[in-house]
Design a protein around this ligand. Structure first.
Ligand SMILES: Cc1cc2nc3c(=O)[nH]c(=O)nc-3n(C[C@H](O)[C@H](O)[C@H](O)COP(=O)(O)O)c2cc1C
Length: 390
């Protein structure tokens, strides 16, 4: 059996056969955990790409187990993605008079907005006891978000690649390099590309606004070549709106050394999404996603739904990252109790419009590689005349 050859220097740097990385996709509010877990990660690495665990949804202990589960399924290299945000809302410390609740930090106007949304969608208000229990649960999972402990696991487990999805992983780069872990960093503009390159990352992932999940304002076509020029000779990996061989070849033409794909791998059997989320992505057109701060407080692209539209119409200012997620967990639970999973978060990018079926991850990867290799070797020379004339 033959396999197409498609290599760039990122393959040598990160140890994979093809220059395609699975984006390390984390959890959705009210969802079933990170989207990129061991089955998907291992399938992508086995197929010749680099699978990356969406590590941000795991406690340090659970992350260690997930890493080990990847290793049980593949001996190929893989990565872990974590978030290093610089501005997460500080949680209240117990004051002299007793413990203060994070609820005290949420302005009344936000609680009023949640009540208004409950009214519009006929969602139940939880009884105080259930509300408190949910509150405790949300706070516990917020506290698990301990990036120092997570990085320590990545280092102890000698994971081949650490990806930082938000912020700058600078404080951890030297220690990662000491144990042979490469560090790559996702950015959404040239300023941050320069910043992480100066910190010593091994590659920069330049993600355009088309992408699913947290996203910036610059389109992939404009961002990638500017990031390439800004950080050379540090390699750039393109992200945002890439789901087939055409997108991959376009990224290479822009100067990228590879691609980091999220949405393309959501419509796969191995992705850790509900069937409803997968069917929403497959049904979506290119116009059906929207950037909103409702779920995390930061700009995040999702398959839109009536709840997101209603939140945006209210015009309420979102709270900082951390606090917004805690506050909105109240509404998420109300929606779940009412059986309205269709109103929950479903992060995905504009390229959803191109995805028409749920496939095995290895078919997605093989399709991208085959199409890109054919375009470069056969189609482009036929379609584009080049040379010189006198
Ligand atoms: C469901 C979902 C979850 C995501 N979670 C994370 C995350 O936890 N960390 C991160 O670095 N990026 C995350 N992203 C963004 C991806 O890393 C990636 O940059 C983006 O998906 C690329 O654009 P594409 O969706 O068009 O392929 C997420 C994206 C999606 C769709």
């Amino acid at each position: 059996m033959t396999r197409p050859v498609l290599r760039t220097r990122i393959c040598d740097l990160l140890g994979m056969e093809y220059p395609i990385l699975l984006a390390g996709m984390g959890p959705a509010a009210g969802g079933v955990g990170p989207a990129a877990t061991a089955p998907l990660v291992a399938a992508v690495s086995e197929a010749g790409g680099l699978g990356v665990i969406g590590g941000t949804g795991f406690s340090a202990d659970d992350l260690r187990q997930e890493i080990r589960q990847v290793r049980e399924r593949t001996s190929k290299p893989f990565g872990v993605d974590l978030l290093f945000p610089s501005n997460v809302a500080p949680m209240p410390k117990p004051a002299n008079g007793g413990a203060r609740s994070w609820r005290d930090l949420v302005p009344q106007q936000c609680w009023d907005a949640l009540d208004e949304l409950r009214r519009q969608f006929n969602l139940p208000t939880l009884p105080p006891r259930d509300r408190e229990r949910e509150s405790e649960r949300a706070l516990r999972s917020f506290r698990m978000f301990d990036v120092k402990a997570q990085v320590q696991v990545v280092i102890e487990e000698r994971v081949p690649v650490l990806a930082s999805g938000l912020g700058n992983p600078e404080p951890f780069i030297a220690e990662c390099h000491r144990v042979g872990t490469k560090v790559i960093s996702v950015v959404g503009n040239v300023k941050n590309a320069r910043r992480v390159a100066a910190s010593g990352v091994d590659a920069v992932v330049a993600q355009g606004t088309e992408g699913g999940g947290h996203t910036g304002r610059i389109g992939t076509l404009a961002l990638v070549p500017q990031a390439v020029d800004a950080v050379a000779p540090v390699p750039v990996i393109a992200a945002g709106g890439i789901a087939d061989g055409r997108g991959l070849v376009a990224a290479l033409a822009l100067g990228a050394e590879g691609v980091w794909c999220g949405t393309a791998f959501l419509a796969t059997r191995e992705a850790n999404l509900t069937d409803l989320q997968k069917s929403q992505i497959v049904a979506a057109t290119e116009e059906d996603t929207r950037v909103t701060r409702i779920w995390s407080g930061k700009t995040m692209r999702n398959v839109t739904n009536p709840l997101i539209e209603a939140w945006e119409n209210l015009g309420v200012k979102a709270l900082p990252m951390g606090l917004q997620g805690l506050m909105i967990s109240d509404l998420v639970v109300s929606a779940k109790v009412a059986g309205r999973e269709d109103l929950l978060m479903n992060a995905a990018g504009q390229i959803s419009g191109m995805l028409r079926e749920v496939q095995p991850a290895r078919d997605v990867l093989a399709g991208m590689v085959g199409q890109a290799a054919d375009l470069l070797a056969n189609q482009m020379p036929k379609r584009v005349q080049t040379g010189v004339v006198a």
